[in-house]
Write a protein that binds this ligand. Structure first.
Ligand SMILES: Cc1cc2nc3c(=O)[nH]c(=O)nc-3n(C[C@H](O)[C@H](O)[C@H](O)COP(=O)(O)OP(=O)(O)OC[C@H]3O[C@@H](n4cnc5c(N)ncnc54)[C@H](O)[C@@H]3O)c2cc1C
Ligand code: SF4
Length: 311
């Protein structure tokens, strides 16, 4: 059933947004570009009564450079990232990842903050209510089993953000506001690994800035597997970064309920690839089969290492 919201609020400061969130705790959703939230509402996967539109908060639309970081406001639109010369020059893999999201029109609305928080997906869940009812529902929508695995405990809906793997590979952290508290967390720490509740952020928390450190000067290679070059969500996203000291960060998306992070040194390639495959809890909930996606992890990672360390 499509549940339309009953209250629509448009705060102009972070504090005001959090105050609204506390008032409607339990049944609200922040909305930025809305390209994920509204689709989930139309498919009956989001029953929140109240939408808090944060696009009036000007502070979150800025890109700021300080001595240590580029700080990207969470409301910066994916399509606008390329208009910032420093992002273009220092973090081209982020632009590539942003450009791989959805379609040109969606990228003109979708924000970076919304992208790193976009909902996990599964081909048995992201369907119409009629479709889900016909197959008998699954754990994520009040059913009794996971259709993908037959299990009764865990949901393995996929983590699908394409920019988050690159941001994690580049050591990004988040500036988060939640009521009285403001704190900074490494991006990878907000993901739980539980497909039913994939994020660990407080209910009313707002991401203010995504901070990219300048000192490490890593190079980064991004890759994405999907049936078509536009509109399709990922079946496997990989980001591999190498710092000037030879430190490697491999991040996988699309193959587990959270991004998979593996760290090591450039001369440990085979071992790191082995670990990445082992850590990914891939299940058959995608248009491509589990064995094929597993195989493609090593293909993509080998190609990425080749690009980072040309022989
Ligand atoms: C056809 C189609 C194809 C798509 N393809 C892709 C794809 O290939 N790759 C991909 O990654 N995504 C894809 N998406 C999903 C979505 O468009 C993107 O993830 C987009 O970047 C979400 O950003 P948004 O600003 O629209 O988020 P919204 O829909 O506004 O919000 C998404 C989530 O983030 C929360 N939120 C947003 N901003 C903040 C903030 N600052 N602080 C706290 N919470 C916040 C919202 O409450 C919500 O839970 C696709 C969507 C569609 C409709
Ligand atoms: S992984 Fe299983 S429980 Fe989770 S959404 Fe898919 S079918 Fe449902």
């Amino acid at each position: 059933m499509i549940v339309a919201e009953k209250v629509y609020l448009k705060p102009i400061t972070v504090d005001e947004a959090i105050r609204f969130a506390k008032k409607y705790a339990g049944s609200f959703r922040y909305i930025a570009g809305g390209t994920d939230v509204i689709v989930n509402k139309f498919q009956g996967n989001d029953a929140s009564d109240c939408l808090i539109d944060i696009t009036g908060i000007e502070e979150l639309k800025k890109v700021i450079k300080d001595k240590k970081h580029i700080k990207i406001g969470s409301l910066v639109r994916l399509d606008d990232l390329k208009t910032h010369p420093e992002i273009r020059k220092l973090f081209p893999a982020l632009l590539e990842a942003a450009h791989s999201v959805a379609s040109p029109m969606l990228r003109k609305t979708a924000t970076l903050g919304g992208n790193i928080l976009c909902e996990n997906r599964c081909m048995f869940y992201n369907q119409s209510e009629w479709w889900r009812e016909a197959v008998g529902y699954c754990l994520k929508c009040d059913g009794e089993i996971c259709i993908a695995t037959g299990g009764k405990k865990n949901c393995f809906s996929k983590f699908v953000s394409d920019t988050a793997p690159v941001l994690i590979a580049l050591n990004a952290s988040l500036e988060i506001a939640d009521g009285e508290k403001e704190y900074i967390l490494p991006l990878e720490e907000i993901y739980s690994g539980d497909g039913m509740k994939p994020r660990l952020l407080g209910n009313s928390a707002i991401i203010k800035f995504i901070n990219l450190p300048l000192a490490e000067e890593p190079s980064c290679v991004f890759k994405k597997l999907r049936p078509r070059e536009a509109v399709d969500f990922t079946s496997l996203t990989t980001a591999v970064s190498k710092s000037i000291k030879g430190k490697i960060r491999i991040v996988l998306g699309g193959v587990d309920p959270k991004p998979i992070l593996i760290e090591g040194m450039a001369n440990e390639k085979d071992e790191l690839i082995k670990q990445a495959i082992k850590k990914s809890r891939i299940v058959d909930n995608d248009t491509y089969s589990r064995p094929y996606r597993k195989e493609m992890i090593s293909v993509f990672l080998e190609q990425s290492f080749e690009k980072l360390n040309p022989s």
